[in-house]
Design a protein around this ligand. Structure first.
Ligand SMILES: [Zn+2]
Length: 197
């Protein structure tokens, strides 16, 4: 599946809830996981609008990768969400919602497969209470911290038409504006090519 970039209208609308988990939804999840993994950038999450489909579903894989990361992860106290979900990753979450957030925040650099070349610092709540459905129809409600909490907020933003660019400081936005414009021009070209075909 092609990951759509800045300028594609699918990235700027509110996506609709998934009514029931059908074979079609499971197939979409499978293809999104492949798409997230095959990128040269290690994608830790992908939202359905990023493949041009405005449905409320995301796929995530925020497990520690490198040996060093794994070691530092061991020392950290994992949140209940990481303990529950890490063994299930890569994982699709249907109709994910954040029910509440911690007052404590963390600022961290982010990137996005739909905004290649753009980076910036985003301040977000450090912990969130997630409610979502899994592909087997089970509902989970769990407190998530660490990279998982950040990734969930970034991906759920996509379902509401929000990009991390919207949340970075003004001077970082200004620094990214040339790249944002280039990406939008490429998307416009692809869209008009598709119309002609
Ligand atoms: Zn993103």
């Amino acid at each position: 599946m092609r990951v759509v970039c800045n300028g594609n209208p699918a990235l700027r609308v509110k996506s609709l809830p998934v009514m029931s988990v059908t074979d079609e939804i499971r197939e979409l999840a499978r293809r999104m996981i492949v798409t997230m993994k095959e990128n040269e950038l290690p994608g830790v999450g992908l939202a359905a609008p990023q493949v041009g489909i405005n449905k409320r579903m995301i796929v995530i894989d925020t497990r520690p990768t490198g040996r060093k990361e794994k070691r530092s992860e061991k020392k950290k106290q994992l949140s209940p969400g990481e303990m529950l979900l890490n063994p299930l990753m890569p994982l699709a979450l249907v109709n994910p919602e954040i029910l509440s957030t911690s007052a404590e925040t963390e600022t961290c650099g982010e990137g996005c497969l739909s905004l290649p070349g753009v980076e910036g610092d985003v301040t977000r709540p450090a912990r969130v209470l997630l409610r979502a459905m899994l592909l087997d129809g089970k509902e989970v409600m769990v407190e998530c911290g660490g990279l998982l909490a950040r990734c969930l907020q970034h991906e759920i933003d996509h379902l509401d038409g929000i990009l991390f660019y919207d949340r970075i400081p003004k001077e970082q936005q200004e620094a990214a504006n040339d790249i944002m414009a280039e990406l939008a021009a490429e998307e416009a070209m692809l869209a008009s090519a598709q119309c002609k075909a």
